[in-house]
Design a protein around this ligand. Structure first.
Ligand SMILES: [Zn+2]
Length: 497
């Protein structure tokens, strides 16, 4: 009997109790499981940013924050921070005829914007289509392009690199439009492979209007590849104008509002409550992509990143039951898969001043290939290693420190939006050593489904994340960037007073 008691004292269960039994230690599997199953359900269609289903996920998160007693940030009337994205999609059909040569959308032709009914027009060549008042260069000279199809070379006379070509494109469109052109078509002479170019510009894309592109040209714009045996195109390039025809349809350009979800819980300490710990996870994923008949087309994003979303909701509930000294901000980010757009938007438009935000604990990952650990990206950089060790050990988890360094993971998830502003940050993720076949089986694949997630691991993952947040939120000493860290200077700048 005595011996058995001694053995019991060595088990992790006893060690947790020593630190007081915080609410996260009592969470049960079904409480994390239903959240994951809902977020990763087929009905949410992969939570693509700008989709209705992404908004449903946001509403699910907001409902939980409300129920847990979180409040919208000061001055806000709801948990939503709305971002007015712009969704664009290249025309699904298009055709260009130059003399006897015909070019089809998706083959040698990639019209990027504009819808136009079949129109007969003259085709003219305007060199690079560039006008530079400073140097007096005018590629149009006295060329009249009103109502015509204008073909140009990429870049400018001075620079035809890919970079120059992409950089000059917007200016060329404005110039051609101001001259009354019907369409502007650039000849594809870039290093970047045509196949990739078509895939990139042929799909749907989401951008954040910067306020300057409201006047985007409405004129039809695209690129075409020059092939063999296109004598009439060659004649145009030599300066001869020929009869032509052009059409496109299916171009989409529309507003697509999406929301970050932001809730605040006041800290329990009269002084420390003026400092905030920011817990973040992206809840968007990559939506639906057709993979051929009979194939699963829904990218459910259970691991990436319904798991992280469940972790921040678990933290929200447990921290609200036993409030830590510092205040807590829960930030569920949209737009991560589109290029960290949601977290960047928040970091540019914070709802709590960033200089009061002492730490960002983000949770996201590519998936896991072991259930005995967690992976930490940013180990040794913010003075929080002691807390990570304690929180992992409490749930019997090991720590994989900065896996796959060649992938530059720290700068590829939402934590970098805050780190680059100076806020000490790290990413807490599911465990993996490298991008092996087990990771690739699920990473951005339709197979990343709830049924393939180990719910016991999800529970420990969410508990450990929560306990880590609690320790940092309670510790008198604030995290700081390690001396010499690439974000140390930004940190000094942010917190100076
Ligand atoms: Zn992710």
């Amino acid at each position: 009997m005595k011996n058995l008691l001694f053995l019991f004292m060595l088990t992790p269960a006893f060690m947790w109790a020593q630190d007081g039994n915080h609410p996260e230690f009592d969470v049960k599997t079904p409480e994390v499981e239903y959240k994951l199953r809902f977020l990763a359900s087929d009905e949410l269609k992969g939570r693509d940013t700008g989709s209705e289903e992404n908004n449903i996920a946001a509403s699910f998160i907001a409902a939980h924050l409300e129920a847990y007693g979180f409040k919208p940030a000061e001055g806000q009337s709801s948990f939503y921070q709305t971002i007015n994205f712009l969704k664009t999609k290249a025309p699904s059909r298009g055709m260009l005829k130059i003399g006897a040569n015909t070019f089809n959308q998706g083959e040698e032709l990639m019209i990027i914007s504009g819808n136009l009914e079949n129109t007969t027009a003259e085709v003219v060549f305007a060199r690079h289509g560039w006008v530079d008042e400073a140097s007096g260069r005018d590629d149009y000279d006295d060329l009249d392009v009103k109502g015509k199809i204008v073909v140009v070379l990429p870049g400018t006379e001075e620079d035809q690199s890919d970079q120059a070509a992409f950089g000059a494109a917007a200016g060329k469109r404005k110039i051609a439009q101001s001259k009354g052109a019907l369409a502007l078509i650039e000849l594809y002479r870039l290093q970047f492979p045509w196949q990739f170019f078509k895939r990139y510009f042929g799909g749907e894309s989401l951008s954040q209007p910067d306020g300057n592109n409201n006047g985007e040209p409405t004129m039809l714009y695209g690129w075409m590849q020059e092939g063999q045996d296109q004598e009439d195109l060659a004649k145009v390039r030599e300066g001869k104008s020929l009869g032509g025809e052009i059409m496109s349809e299916g171009y989409v350009r529309q507003e697509a509002p999406s929301h970050n979800v932001v809730g605040v819980l006041e800290g329990s300490d009269p002084e420390l409550k003026d400092e905030y710990i920011l817990l973040s996870a992206h809840f968007d994923h990559v939506g639906v992509q057709s993979r051929g008949p009979g194939q699963d087309s829904i990218f459910n994003g259970a691991r990436d990143n319904a798991m992280g979303t469940v972790a921040i909701l678990t933290a929200a509930e447990s921290l609200s039951k036993e409030r830590p000294k510092r205040s807590v901000i829960i930030l569920a980010c949209t737009g991560e898969e589109k290029g960290l757009l949601g977290s960047r938007y928040y970091s540019e438009n914070p709802l709590v001043p960033l200089e009061k935000t002492i730490f960002n604990l983000n949770t996201d990952g590519a998936g896991y290939n072991t259930t005995s650990s967690i992976a930490v990206i940013g180990w040794g950089r913010t003075g929080t290693d002691y807390a990570i060790e304690k929180s992992a050990e409490a749930f019997g988890l090991g720590i994989i420190k900065d896996p796959a360094p060649e992938q530059g993971l720290f700068d590829r998830s939402d934590n970098v939006s805050f780190a680059s502003k100076g806020v000490p940050a790290l990413n807490f993720g599911p465990a993996f050593e490298n991008f092996d076949a087990e990771i690739q089986k699920y990473y951005h694949q339709p197979a990343d489904e709830a049924d393939a997630v180990d719910m016991e691991y999800l529970l420990k993952y969410a508990q450990s994340f929560t306990y880590l947040a609690r320790i940092i939120a309670n510790n008198i000493e604030k995290p700081t960037w390690k001396e010499g860290d690439k974000y140390e200077e930004a940190g000094k700048e942010l917190y100076k007073k």
